[in-house]
Design a protein around this ligand. Structure first.
Ligand code: ADP
Ligand code: MG
Length: 288
């Protein structure tokens, strides 16, 4: 029987009030101030419990909206530094899971443990239009070195010299790079991305894939990457999950030699398997 989680579990699970406060402030959302505010006001269901052997450990997670059960007894473990891609049909509950892990949704049953420092990147960069790039990146950061860290993060995503630019002057790809900088400046143990490149053109996406891979090699966060793009999942992830009817119907390691090429037969086999699991294996021949 699942245990009902309470909002104050975050506070209860760490040593003291000041540490609990730190855990909240270190949960960064590369998003709107609304998300930040809701986070700062309430702690989170995704329990900020320190444990060394996993970045995420979920057991029996259930989330329903009225009669609609979206997550139905879901189990998930993500190791530190592991890159997990999450696929699923539209409406299967991918964003719901990320909201729970981010600590923005408390109406769940089950055990939810996540690394204390975690960041979320959404499909839209969600930059504050009235702030220049550097304060967008350092939003919520404390410490005298915040500016320096922000500048370093912008440099890492190739936007050195743009610290004083306004968000409105950015292309979609540049805005997402700022969102990545904002997420990584906090050195999260868990980085969650919800279809982060879904709105970008194909060439920009390829560049963003390379950038994300570089950043992950350097910072080694555990990554939970939601996408609807099977090839993107195979290119980037160590492991791919398919969410179906509230649970993972497939959990498969990506065993494709690096650098991964779409023309590799192993790539093609995995693509076929994943498309079948997603129920799109009846595509006309020309789209394969
Ligand atoms: P995905 O990200 O996989 O496309 P979501 O997690 O956004 O799917 O949504 C899963 C299901 O839960 C959808 O049917 C959606 O309509 C429903 N849902 C999500 N959030 C809410 C909410 N706040 N209230 C009611 N239904 C919701
Ligand atoms: Mg979604």
């Amino acid at each position: 029987m699942a245990t009902r989680l309470r909002r104050n579990l975050t506070t209860a699970s760490v040593a003291g009030a000041s540490e609990a406060g730190t855990s909240v402030s270190r949960t960064s959302v590369s998003g709107t101030s609304v998300s930040g505010t809701s986070d700062a006001s309430g702690g989170g269901t995704a329990v900020a419990d320190r444990f060394g052997d996993a970045a995420v450990r979920v057991r029996g997670l259930r989330r329903a909206f009225g009669d609609q059960v979206v997550l139905d007894g879901l189990d998930l473990t993500v190791a530190p530094g592991e890159f997990v891609a999450l696929l699923g049909r539209s409406g299967s509950g991918k964003s719901t899971l990320l909201r729970v892990l981010g600590g923005f949704d408390h109406e769940v049953d089950g055990q939810v443990l996540a690394a204390r420092s975690r960041s979320v990147v959404f499909q839209e960069a969600r930059l504050l239009p009235w702030r220049r790039l550097l304060p967008n990146v350092t939003l919520g950061l404390t410490g005298r070195d915040a500016g320096e860290r922000g500048r370093a993060a912008l440099a890492e995503v190739g936007l050195s010299g743009r610290e004083r630019s306004w968000p409105v002057t950015l292309s979609g790809g540049e805005a997402q790079r700022v969102a990545l900088a904002r997420a990584l400046v906090r050195e999260p143990e868990l980085l969650m991305l919800d279809e982060p490149f879904g709105a970008l053109d194909a060439l920009t996406r390829i560049r963003m894939h390379a950038l994300l891979q570089r950043l992950c090699r350097r910072h080694r966060p555990a990554v939970l990457f939601v996408t609807h793009d099977v090839d993107e999942a195979i290119l980037l992830a160590d492991r791919v999950l398919v969410l179906t009817a509230g649970r993972f119907s497939l959990d498969v390691a990506v065993d494709v030699a690096s650098p991964r090429r779409r023309t590799d037969p192993a790539f093609d086999r995995l693509r076929t398997l994943l498309l079948a699991e997603l129920g799109v294996d009846d595509l006309p021949e020309s789209t394969h």
